[in-house]
Write a protein that binds this ligand. Structure first.
Ligand SMILES: [Zn+2]
Length: 259
C-alpha cells in the first residue's frame, strides 16, 4: 500500500488542514463525522472487490488511528484502529503510532491466504505561527540597503523584507535618494521598552504589535512626516508594494505590510 491518499483520506486531510489552530476541536468533530460515514459506507458497500476492500479497510484504520492519536494515547488509537479494521471485515495485524502519524496493517483471509495491506495516515498540523515578539530567527531577514539603520540592524519577516527592498529600490530609482529606515521587527523586550517609554496607543501593548510579527516598518521621523516629499511618495506608491499607512494612531512614519 502506498501512502498516497484515497479520496476520503484527502477530504479528511483537507478539512483538518482548513480547520487548524483554534478550530481544532471542531475539526476533530467534523473529522469524526467523516470517518464514521466512511466506515459506514465501507461496511454497507461490501461489493468492493476483496482486495480493494482490504486496501480501503487499511486506509480507514490508519485514518482512525491518526485522528485519535492527535488527542489520545497510542494504545487507545490502536484500539480504535482495530475497531475500524473489524468493522470492515479485516483484522488489525500491526499498529504503530508516532506523534499524529499512524501506520497500520490489516489482513483478511481470501481463499487460502491472508491478504494484508499496510497504510499510513497523518493528521496535518497547522504550521505553528511564530509568537509575537518571539519569531524564530530563520523567519527573519536582516535588511542591508543604503539608508537602512545598521546598528542595531533592521530585520523583517522574509517576504516583507523582500517587498520593502523593492519599494526602497523604486524610491531610489525615481528620486536618486534613499529612504531612511529606522525599525522593523521588535522582540518582546524591545516592544516593552518602547511601550514603557511612549505608552498606549503610541506604542502597542507588548505581544500585539505588528513590529512583533515582523510586518511593520518605521521610517526615520523626520524626514518621513506628513507633508514631506518622502511621505508623499510613500502615500502615492507604497500600496503597490503591499504597505499601508498607520492612521490610528496617526504615525506617518509607520507602515504595515498587508501583502
Ligand atoms: Zn512603528
Amino acid at each position: 500500500m502506498t501512502p498516497s491518499a484515497t479520496p476520503h483520506q484527502t477530504r479528511l486531510r483537507r478539512r483538518l488542514a482548513d480547520d487548524g489552530g483554534a478550530g481544532g476541536v471542531l475539526a476533530l468533530a467534523v473529522a469524526a463525522g467523516v470517518l464514521a460515514f466512511s466506515l459506514l459506507a465501507l461496511t454497507l458497500f461490501s461489493v468492493l472487490p476483496s482486495k480493494a476492500a482490504v486496501h480501503a479497510a487499511a486506509d480507514s484504520a490508519a485514518i482512525a488511528a491518526a485522528e485519535s492519536a492527535s488527542h489520545s494515547t497510542a494504545e487507545r488509537s490502536c484500539a480504535i484502529a482495530a475497531e475500524a479494521a473489524s468493522l470492515n471485515g479485516t483484522t488489525l495485524l500491526r499498529c504503530d503510532v508516532s506523534g499524529s502519524e499512524a501506520t497500520v496493517a490489516v489482513g483478511r483471509q481470501i481463499l487460502t491466504t491472508t491478504f494484508s495491506v499496510t497504510a499510513r495516515a497523518a493528521v496535518p498540523r497547522a504550521k505553528p505561527t511564530a509568537a509575537n515578539g518571539a519569531m524564530p530567527t530563520d523567519e527573519l531577514v536582516q535588511l542591508v540597503y543604503p539608508g537602512v539603520r545598521e546598528n542595531p540592524p533592521v530585520s523583517l519577516r522574509s517576504d516583507v523584507a523582500a517587498a520593502l527592498v523593492q519599494l526602497l529600490e523604486a524610491y531610489h530609482a525615481e528620486t536618486g535618494d534613499y529612504l531612511p529606515v529606522d525599525e522593523g521587527y521588535r522582540d518582546l523586550a524591545e516592544q516593552q521598552r518602547v511601550f514603557d517609554q511612549y505608552g498606549w496607543p503610541r506604542a502597542a501593548i507588548p505581544g500585539t504589535s505588528n513590529h512583533g510579527a515582523g510586518t511593520a516598518v518605521d521610517f526615520v521621523n523626520p524626514p518621513v512626516v506628513r507633508g514631506s516629499q518622502p511621505h508623499g511618495w510613500l502615500a502615492a506608491n507604497a500600496s503597490q508594494f503591499g504597505f499601508e499607512p498607520l492612521t490610528d494612531p496617526d504615525e506617518p512614519w509607520h507602515w504595515d505590510y498587508t501583502g
